[in-house]
Design a protein around this ligand. Structure first.
Ligand code: IVH
Length: 705
């Protein structure tokens, strides 16, 4: 059938064509994904989808509920269907030192009553740093793939797993059991990870490491996306099975390999703890060249009869253990020291490193904390790195443990270039040129530019949308950055006018951006609507005022209970009203620094304007006042000396249960001092301040037993 020009389509024709395309694409999806028997080439299929998308773009009001753009490959789902694992997916205990491995072997022998000199074989294999997947084969055909989830219930990712080349859709062999759940790890190679990130760089969204990339790719609701992600799989175990066609772990892995599953070529059999440790050392030496991330070695008892006898304790098998690699230190060159400006104007130095692999992950940035850290001075003024400073051009040691941000731990002075000069920390903001000042007693230097500083503005926006603040689904840090850079959202209030400002064009405009489709754009607008009412504590936290963390925001919300009351009090304080400041300072947990920060924020005219703009779209919900229940509600108690009848932890727990706050030091805010034997300076201070002093007996009477 000759296709008509999209522009020439009447509304009725467009509507009919969209209906036809929806049905046709759905049929091809089913042929491809469910029956594994596509009828048309990928190119023809893509052409159908492109035509559908083009008609939708020309007639956004005609987009169907069941539009193929909403649903690619797999049926529409807001999340994945749950799968309960017939056999629980376990985790592993850890060993770090050779002694831990010896202990593991000894425990196994003891449990099984095997003499120290009797033979006992283990397998050793790489511990792949990816995510576990369980593949269910029935009569040799892949029928379900599920993630580990909490070990008992995972997510159904069958469509996505089918796109992974290493995962056969069918197992071949005459000894394949009727039901066989193969378990293993999905991962991404270093090379594929680098290429994927290079592609993703244009969208501004890159993955931090191959494991995140693998997890993010496998857990895509759209299997078409997963298909474009180069995932791999190693099988290393099994779950629910109707038969076990071997007597050993080694035999089972060999069988799985024969059937067509990919198994790790580095698996070995060890006859002793010495063998196991030698394997660990050998794999450690080869680690960087493997091409994928591993974080240790897994040892398993080879005999399956022994595995069955050993069983598991809580969620870990007694027959296996993970022997982790030590956190790795790598040597590289510190090329430059960059300064990043945070939400409150803090200037944070970041080391730009010549890229180096540390623990299987390529590292090119590391935090340098603050200017003292660069100079070799610690938080208490003590020397660090024996006082050696860090300079551009230096050869440095970089350390990374697990997911922790890499750190520069030391510098090799013998390799310092002769023309190097000490780093001069800027005293103006690199983003806006305002002064950057370091206040007395502070390690951090701050830009005083406030609202005129673009770096602070974007950081504030990112903070506003973050999870514990306004928490707008689909509007994370990266999206906030892009919207800000495009000038779409300059401040929090702009989020709420996004849809109305662009009208119907908003959808079109958004769709032209990488990563956005009609459905995600619509979802974003609805997610924004869902946050037009915010609880007082979240709202206050979202404003990003210095020293106002979540706990402080909650405290202030409980104290002032309404936005109007809080704002009136803060503005009065900012205007110099002493009683307002006193009232704030009388709140337990509030100090001078917070009062100063609140006064500075509410005293600034631009901030008040931004607040007004925001409040014309957002309603702030009142908070519950602080609980007044319990015999000691609202009271502050300090415990000192040796208690005879009850432990100090129990006394503390009981006081808190009765509504009291237990503090470590006596002040004018203390209501009671519970004084045991040999009470010293705290008792003296409490007496001076006229605090009520309780003996253990008084306290028991007060608390009721
Ligand atoms: S065996 C019953 N072998 O590590 C034991 N696990 O920390 C189940 N992993 O959840 C696991 N490589 O995701 C085993 N060669 C390997 C592994 C491996 C990676 C993961 C797996 C497991 C986690 C436990």
């Amino acid at each position: 059938m000759a296709e008509q020009d999209i522009e020439a389509l009447t509304v009725e024709q467009a509507q009919a064509e969209l209906a036809r395309l929806a049905a046709e694409i759905a049929r091809h999806d089913a042929r491809y994904h469910t029956d594994d028997a596509p009828e048309i080439s990928d190119g023809d299929y893509d052409a159908l989808r492109r035509r559908n998308a083009a008609i939708e773009a020309a007639h956004p009001d005609l987009i169907r509920e069941d539009s193929p753009s909403h649903r690619v490959g797999a049926p529409v789902a807001d999340g994945f269907a749950k799968v309960s694992h017939a056999v629980q997916m376990l985790s592993l205990g850890n060993a770090f030192e050779p002694e831990d491995v010896q202990d593991f072997a000894d425990r196994v022998r003891k449990f099984l009553s095997i003499a120290a000199d009797a033979p006992l074989a283990f397998t050793a294999e790489p511990k792949i740093d990816g995510l576990a997947l369980s593949l269910r084969y029935e009569n040799g055909r892949l029928v379900q793939a599920a993630t580990r989830g909490d070990g008992r219930t995972g997510e159904n990712v069958t469509e996505n797993a089918r796109t992974i080349g290493d995962i056969p859709h069918e197992l071949a062999g005459d000894d394949v059991p009727e039901v066989f759940e193969a378990r293993g790890e999905v991962y991404m190679s270093h090379e594929d990870f680098a290429a994927l990130n290079a592609r993703m760089a244009e969208t501004g969204r890159v993955f931090a490491n191959p494991r995140n990339a693998a997890a993010g790719s496998l857990r895509q609701l759209d299997s078409e996306i997963t298909k474009t992600r180069p995932l791999r799989f190693f099988a290393y175990g099994w779950g629910d099975v109707t038969a076990v066609p071997a007597k050993t772990q080694t035999g089972m892995i060999a069988a799985m390999g024969r059937w067509g599953l990919t198994v790790n070529p580095r698996m070995a059999r060890c006859a002793s703890v010495e063998d196991m440790l030698a394997y660990h050392a050998g794999l450690g030496a080869d680690r960087a060249g493997l091409g994928y991330d591993i974080d240790g070695v897994v040892y398993k008892v080879d005999g399956l009869d022994l595995q069955a006898r050993l069983g598991f304790r809580s969620r870990e098998p007694r027959w296996a253990i993970a022997h982790k690699f030590a956190a790795e230190v790598a040597t590289t060159v510190l090329e430059e020291i960059d300064i990043q400006v945070g939400r409150t104007g803090s200037l944070t130095p970041v080391a730009k490193l010549r890229p180096v692999t540390v623990g299987g992950v390529v590292v090119s940035n590391a935090t340098l904390h603050n200017e003292d850290y660069i100079r070799g001075i610690g938080g208490k003024g003590e020397p660090i790195r024996e006082g050696r400073d860090l300079r551009a051009g230096d050869t440095v040691q970089v350390y990374r443990a697990g997911d922790v941000i890499p750190k520069v731990v030391d510098v090799d002075l013998s390799k310092r270039p002769e023309d190097s000069a000490p780093f001069v920390f800027p005293d103006v903001c690199p983003e806006c040129g305002s002064d950057a000042v370091r206040e007395e007693g502070e390690a951090v230097r701050r830009c005083v530019g406030g609202l005129i500083c673009p770096a602070q503005a974007v950081e504030r926006l990112k903070h506003f949308v973050s999870r514990n603040a306004a928490d707008i689904d689909g509007l994370g840090a990266k999206q906030a950055e892009t919207f800000w850079a495009d000038g779409w959202i300059k401040q929090a209030a702009d989020i709420y006018t996004l849809e109305e400002r662009f009208g119907g064009d908003a959808l079109q405009a958004l769709k032209s951006k990488e990563g956005w489709g009609a459905k995600s754009a619509e979802k974003l607008f609805r997610a924004i609507d869902a946050r037009r009412v915010l609880p007082l504590d979240r709202f206050l936290f979202a404003l990003g005022i210095r020293h106002v963390g979540e706990g402080t925001a909650a405290l202030l919300a409980r104290t002032y209970t309404s936005w109007d009351a809080l704002r009136a009090a803060m503005e009065a304080m900012a205007a110099g009203d002493a009683p307002a400041r006193e009232a704030l300072l009388s709140v337990d947990g509030v100090g001078e620094a917070l009062a100063d920060a609140m006064a500075a924020f509410f005293g600034e005219g631009h901030n008040r304007e931004s607040l007004d703009a925001l409040l014309s779209h957002v309603r702030v919900e009142d908070a519950e006042p602080a609980a007044q229940e319990g015999a000691l509600a609202g009271k502050t108690l300090v415990i000192t000396g040796t208690l005879e009848r009850i432990s100090r932890s129990e006394a503390k727990a009981r006081a808190e249960a009765a509504g009291a706050k237990v503090s470590g030091s006596v002040s004018a805010k203390t209501d009671y001092l519970l004084a045991g034997e040999k009470a010293g300076s705290k008792l003296k201070k409490a007496e001076e301040l006229g605090v009520t002093i309780l003996t253990e007996a008084d306290w028991e009477a007060l608390i009721g037993g």
